[in-house]
Design a protein around this ligand. Sequence first.
Ligand SMILES: *Cc1c(COP(=O)(O)O)cnc(C)c1O
Length: 409
Amino acid sequence: MLEKARELDAADSLAPFRDRFDLPEGVIYLDGNSLGCLPRATPARLAEVVAQEWGKNLIRSWNSADWISLPQRIGGKIAPLVGAQAHEVIACDSVSVNLFKLISAALAMQAQNGKRRKVILSEPGNFPTDLYMIEGLEAQGLAERRLAPRESIADAMDEDVALLLLTHAHYKTGELFDMAALTRAAHAAGALVLWDLSHSCGALPVDLNGCEADLAVGCGYKYLNGGPGAPAFAFVAERHHDALQQPLSGWMGHAAPFAFSDDYQPAPGVDSLLCGTAPILAMAALEVGVELIAEIGVARLHAKSQALSEFFRECLAAQGLELDLVSPPDPAKRGSQLSFRHPQAYALSQALIARGVIGDFRDPDILRLGFAPAYLRFEDMAEAARHLGEVLATGEWQRPEFAQRAAVT
Ligand SMILES: *Cc1c(COP(=O)(O)O)cnc(C)c1O
């Protein structure tokens, strides 16, 4: 398979982009869906921001380096990746905080339309923070959480549902929701929709406006390679801008922050989603990652992601390995990952990491392998599959050190 892999790499038009990332020797990184790799341009850009913009120009850089509009500027660069207009996306805060703001905004929009709807509908097993943020609003008496299994979400939609909140590509299995169909079903029931694009943005094409989505959030540190804890982004469809209201009414979301008025007056559109001062160093790193992904282009990334994961499966099959795949076997129905159920998934993931093949484990029994298409090679697929086969055949995963759980899995 290694030979075939090398032929595929030689024919891969995305191959040159691997060099735009700083990848450590001896590592096959199958966790770009959790923390994207470091773009080579990031350290120099950060050094410039630190030494020049901060160190020399100090506070003047808010204007001279245009720090003040970084959230809008980066949002505008993310927008084409998710099928949005530039002024519909803003980079700020974490996904969790953006969820709080947008769930609250959805409830406010429903109330403005005279609807007493409080139910936020989601699925059990959605990414924890999505469910927890609904709980937080529920504890304040503002929302009511309803969970329905993914097959019956459309049936669970009734006149009490204010908002449907779903993650487009499931973090554990990679399974995709039909964004267009579910958005239509929600609208038919009078509900709004908020899509969490954390595992989609930068790996597969998303068409928020084509689907008439209302709201969305997404992650900066996964496929956008913005660095650990990178700021996230939020989308609000233009037709909702006039009605947009969110409760974290911080000064940066004010129409005129430097008027220092005693009274809050929200900025128009997504600018009102800003709360406090943007973390400029983190924003600068995110901008480099976003620009690189935008340069490669999401359609090409998607095609390669599908080819990589299918080739990985081919390499497993060539070794006669039959693993319990929990991701959809059809690449069109999954994000850029393959997840396998195995009773010893944690020890397996640790044994692989010891061999330099970094994937991850998701409780209770999932070995999750992400295929970030911007920097992985087909050769990495062949090698990773070989390592997995060897770890299973030798029983090397049974070594006691591989059973010890670290704080972060
Ligand atoms: C990674 C991820 C998040 C991250 O949330 P943060 O608050 O930015 O840490 C949220 N939702 C989903 C679905 C994710 O995969």
